[in-house]
Design a protein around this ligand. Structure first.
Ligand SMILES: CCCC/C=C/CC(=O)SCCNC(=O)CCNC(=O)[C@H](O)C(C)(C)COP(=O)(O)OP(=O)(O)OC[C@H]1O[C@@H](n2cnc3c(N)ncnc32)[C@H](O)[C@@H]1OP(=O)(O)O
Length: 364
């Protein structure tokens, strides 16, 4: 999974600084302040100048924004700056007209099936014999499906799985083929892929619902904190065995889980790998509602069809007002989690755990 892994080069940063000057739309004061603070942090490090007086309003606001970045490293600030500019550039480009969802090109492989009906776009993980473990190709296909769903005429987007599992997380054989650049290059690529993947959930503009049809592991659990609603069968379990794998939390769970369930419950899941039942996950706020397995599909889809008749723009706007305040924070958390994971992936603890899984010595 990277070289100076997901490190943004000075060139990328300089390009982003130039790109800001070419934005077609004024991004507004709040974003400009964020750009200013990240620029200062990226070029000078943590705020090191005296606080302006209260009457020096503009400089004090700028100082506050810079100071709020605390000890964020220059590298992380550069990365966040580049990410922010690339999102601003993308959103200032006029969206290309999208094909109707029904005509949408399917992913290349059949491990992901995308359908659209009754105002609902459904993205279905379709690798049941491997418990819907996510291959590198599937990460790319899911990102493409989310991009398309964000622009199609559907109102609600659903992620679910085929077979008895929702998803067993990252396909551990993704680690088996080491590219020519070695372990470091593999970690770099993985961190970039993970960052882009999680960003798609952070930025998804429409109501996003997880229909958790069975056990969920790893990344498929952590990103649930970025969904708007999570429905689960009573057969589902929620497991984040990161320590067992020599890995650390991702999917923004280091931020969303403590917020959702409190820090000690989050720690039990994310540090000690406690597996939750569906009822426990519901009691802790990660799951919205649990249904008996026998009636799960019928009840959930009937409810979603009813919700899909609500006014689409209103739902989209309501989602955005709920989520937007935290969007920048989530991007910062995501970048930091990926940076740390990139290191973990190169550790002996991680390599041993994966070798152990691949040699069938361990099951979680
Ligand atoms: C861009 C990179 C992002 C990285 C971030 C993500 C972090 C994570 O997601 S960490 C979590 C990773 N997942 C796991 O560690 C789960 C590993 N799998 C298992 O422990 C068990 O397979 C599981 C408990 C899920 C199911 O056990 P069983 O019910 O006993 O089934 P099998 O083990 O027989 O599974 C059937 C078949 O599927 C293969 N499988 C299942 N999960 C994975 C996986 N995650 N990666 C690769 N392969 C997986 C399993 O090996 C079996 O294959 P065959 O032996 O060929 O039939």
């Amino acid at each position: 999974m990277g070289g100076p892994a997901m490190r943004t080069s000075q060139k990328d940063f300089n390009n982003a600084v130039n790109q800001v000057k070419l934005l077609k739309e004024d991004p507004g004061n709040e974003v400009k302040l964020k750009l200013y603070a990240l620029y200062k942090q990226a070029t000078e490090g943590p705020c090191n100048v005296p606080k302006p007086g209260v009457l020096d309003f503009i400089n004090k606001t700028k100082w506050d924004a810079w100071n709020a970045l605390g000890s964020l490293s220059k590298e992380a600030a550069r990365q966040n700056y580049v990410d922010l500019v690339s999102r601003l550039s993308a959103s200032s480009e006029s969206p290309s007209p999208e094909a109707p969802a029904a005509d949408r090109k399917q992913p290349e492989s059949d491990t992901l099936v995308v359908t659209s009906e009754d105002g609902i776009t459904t993205i279905r993980l379709n690798r049941p014999t491997k418990k819907n473990a996510l291959t590198n190709q599937m990460y790319h296909d899911i990102m493409a499906a989310l991009q398309a769903a964000s622009k199609d005429e559907s109102v609600i987007t659903v992620l679910t799985g085929s077979g008895d599992y929702y998803c067993s997380g990252n396909d551990l054989t993704n680690f088996a083929s080491v590219p020519p650049g070695g372990l470091e290059e593999m970690a770099r690529r993985g961190a970039v892929l993970l960052r882009d993947f999680v960003n798609c959930f952070i930025d998804f503009p429409k109501p996003l619902v997880a229909v958790v049809n069975g056990p969920a592991v790893g990344i498929s659990v952590t990103v649930l904190g970025l969904f708007d609603v999570v429905y689960a069968t009573d057969r589902a379990t929620f497991h984040t065995p990161f320590s067992h794998l020599g890995q650390s939390p991702e999917g923004c769970s280091s931020y969303t889980f403590p917020k959702i369930m409190g820090s000690s419950k989050a720690a039990e899941m994310l540090i000690f790998g406690k597996k939750l039942t569906a009822q426990e996950a519901c009691a802790q706020g990660l799951v919205t509602e649990v249904f008996p397995d026998g009636t799960f599909q019928k009840e959930v889809w009937a409810r979603l069809k009813a919700y899909s008749k609500l006014p689409p723009n209103t739902m989209r706007i309501s989602k955005q007002i709920i989520r937007n305040r935290e969007r920048e924070t989530l991007h910062t958390v995501n970048a930091e989690e990926c940076r740390v994971l990139r290191e973990r992936w190169q550790s002996d603890e991680c390599m041993n755990a994966i070798a152990s899984f691949l040699s069938r010595k361990a099951k979680l």
